[in-house]
Write a protein that binds this ligand. Structure first.
Ligand SMILES: *Cc1c(COP(=O)(O)O)cnc(C)c1O
Length: 390
C-alpha cells in the first residue's frame, strides 16, 4: 500500500518522536547533553546550533503540522520573530507590517529597527490593497498576523501572499492565534510561519518557546543568524513542548467549540454590547475566515455595556482568571485598556477600537455551562455593586 499522509492528531502524537532503542519506552528519551562527539565534520551537535536530538525531533513535528519542509525551535516567540525578521532584512531594506500587531513585535520594530537602518510602514487596514500600497522599491518583507489581537481582525492570507509573490517579497505570518490546527498559511502561499509556542502549542501556561516553519532554504538562512543570536530552547523545555503538542489537536478543537458557544451566548446577552469572533456570521470578515480557517480558534473579545465596570467584572469572576497570557487549557480574561494596551493612551486606544469595557477572553476547555455560570454571577455582582454606589 502507498504511504498515506498522516492526519492532524497522528502528526501531533507521532511525528518527530525519538525512538527509545534501548528500553523501548513509548515517549521520546530526553537528551540533556551539551557535549557531543563530532559525527563527521559537518555535524557539530550543540544546543545553540539547534540540532540536539530533541530539538531536531520537535522541529520536524512543528514543520509537519505547518505543512512546511523544515522548522526551527526558539527560546520564545519573540526570539523566533526577531530572528526570522532580521534574517531577511538588512540596512537599507524596508518592511510592510499589518497595523495592529502583537505588542512585542510592534515594539521590536519601532524601538530597534531604526538603529539597523531598516525602515518600516504600517498598513492602514487589513486588505491586500492596504499592503500593496505601502510597498516600496526596497521592501523585502510583508508581515501579517491573523486573527489579530485583541479585536480578531481577519487578513486575507491568500490575497496578501499573492501580492508579496507578485513583487518578489518574502511573506511572513504570526500564526499564534489560529495555531496549525485551524490555519496552515503555507498552503495559502505564505513563505514563513511563526509561532509563539508559549500559547497554543504549549497550551498549559507553563512553557515559553517559539517556532518558525518554512522551506529548507529559508530555514538555512534563519539558522545562520539564529546560531549567532543564540535564542535556542533548552532541551528539557523542548521535551515538554513535544509532549504538549501531542494533545494540540484535541485541545484546540475543544477550544474552538467552546469559543463558538461562548461567542453566541455573549452575542445574545443584554449586558454585552459587542462580540468579536470570526466564527460569528456577523463578523465583518466571517467569509474570509470561513475560507482560510478550519476552526475559528479559542480567542474572542467582548464589550461590556458602558455602564458596567470592566475591572470590577474581572475581579468578580471566580473560575475564569485574569491573566496576561493566553491559550491555556484554563480560561482567562484580560482588559486590554488596563494591561496590554495601557501605554497607548486613551486616544490611540479609541482609534484602534479598544474601549475601556473591552474584555479579551481566552476560552479554555472547561464545560461551557460552568463558564456561562461564572460570567452570569460576575455580571450580577457588578450590577449589585453599581446599585449600591448610586
Ligand atoms: C505571545 C505572543 C507573541 C510573543 O511570544 P513570546 O513567547 O511571549 O515571546 C507573539 N505573537 C503573538 C500573537 C503572541 O500572542
Amino acid at each position: 500500500m502507498k504511504q498515506q499522509k498522516k492526519g492532524l492528531n497522528t502528526t501531533c502524537t507521532h511525528t518527530g518522536q525519538l525512538e527509545d532503542k534501548e528500553f523501548k519506552g513509548a515517549v521520546s528519551p530526553l537528551y540533556m547533553g551539551t557535549a557531543y562527539a563530532f559525527e563527521d565534520i559537518d555535524v557539530k551537535r550543540y544546543p545553540r546550533y539547534f540540532n540536539t536530538p530533541n530539538q531536531v525531533g520537535l522541529a520536524k513535528k512543528i514543520a509537519a503540522l505547518e505543512h512546511a519542509e523544515a522548522g526551527l525551535i526558539f527560546g520564545s516567540g519573540m526570539a523566533a520573530i526577531s530572528t526570522a525578521l532580521l534574517a531577511f532584512l538588512k540596512a537599507g531594506d524596508h518592511i510592510v507590517l499589518q497595523k495592529i500587531l502583537y505588542g512585542g513585535t510592534y515594539n521590536l520594530v519601532v524601538e530597534e529597527f531604526e538603529k539597523y537602518g531598516i525602515s518600516y510602514s504600517f498598513t492602514n487596514g487589513f486588505q491586500a490593497k492596504d499592503f500593496e500600497e505601502k510597498i516600496q522599491e526596497n521592501t523585502k518583507v510583508i508581515y501579517i498576523e491573523t486573527p489579530s489581537n485583541p479585536l480578531l481582525n481577519i487578513t486575507d492570507i491568500q490575497a496578501v501572499a499573492a501580492v508579496a509573490k507578485k513583487h518578489g517579497i518574502i511573506s511572513m505570518i504570526d500564526n499564534t492565534f489560529a495555531s496549525p490546527v485551524n490555519q496552515n498559511p503555507i498552503d495559502d502561499g505564505v513563505d514563513v510561519v511563526i509561532h509563539s509556542a508559549t500559547k497554543y502549542l504549549g497550551g498549559h501556561s507553563d512553557i515559553c518557546a517559539g517556532a518558525v516553519a518554512t522551506t529548507e532554504k529559508n530555514i538555512e538562512r534563519i539558522f545562520h543568524l539564529a546560531k549567532n543570536l543564540g535564542g535556542s530552547l533548552s532541551d528539557y523545555t523542548v521535551w515538554l513542548l513535544e509532549r504538549s503538542i501531542k494533545t494540540l489537536g484535541v485541545r484546540v478543537r475543544a477550544q474552538n467549540e467552546n469559543a463558538q458557544q461562548m461567542a453566541e451566548y455573549l452575542y445574545e446577552h443584554e449586558d454585552i454590547s459587542a462580540v468579536y469572533y470570526p466564527g460569528l456570521p456577523t463578523h465583518p470578515d466571517h467569509e474570509i475566515a470561513k475560507r482560510q480557517m478550519k476552526g475559528y480558534g479559542g480567542m474572542l473579545s467582548f464589550e461590556l455595556n458602558s455602564d458596567l465596570d470592566a475591572s470590577t467584572f474581572q475581579k468578580s469572576l471566580q473560575l475564569i482568571r485574569p491573566a496576561m497570557s493566553l491559550a491555556g487549557v484554563e480560561s482567562t480574561v484580560l482588559s486590554p485598556a488596563l494591561t496590554s494596551h495601557a501605554l497607548l493612551g486613551p486616544e490611540e486606544r479609541s482609534r484602534q477600537g479598544i474601549s475601556d469595557g473591552l474584555i479579551r477572553f481566552s476560552v479554555g476547555i472547561e464545560e461551557v455551562e460552568d463558564l456561562i455560570f461564572d460570567i452570569e454571577q460576575a455580571l450580577a455582582k457588578v450590577k449589585l455593586l453599581m446599585k449600591q454606589t448610586v
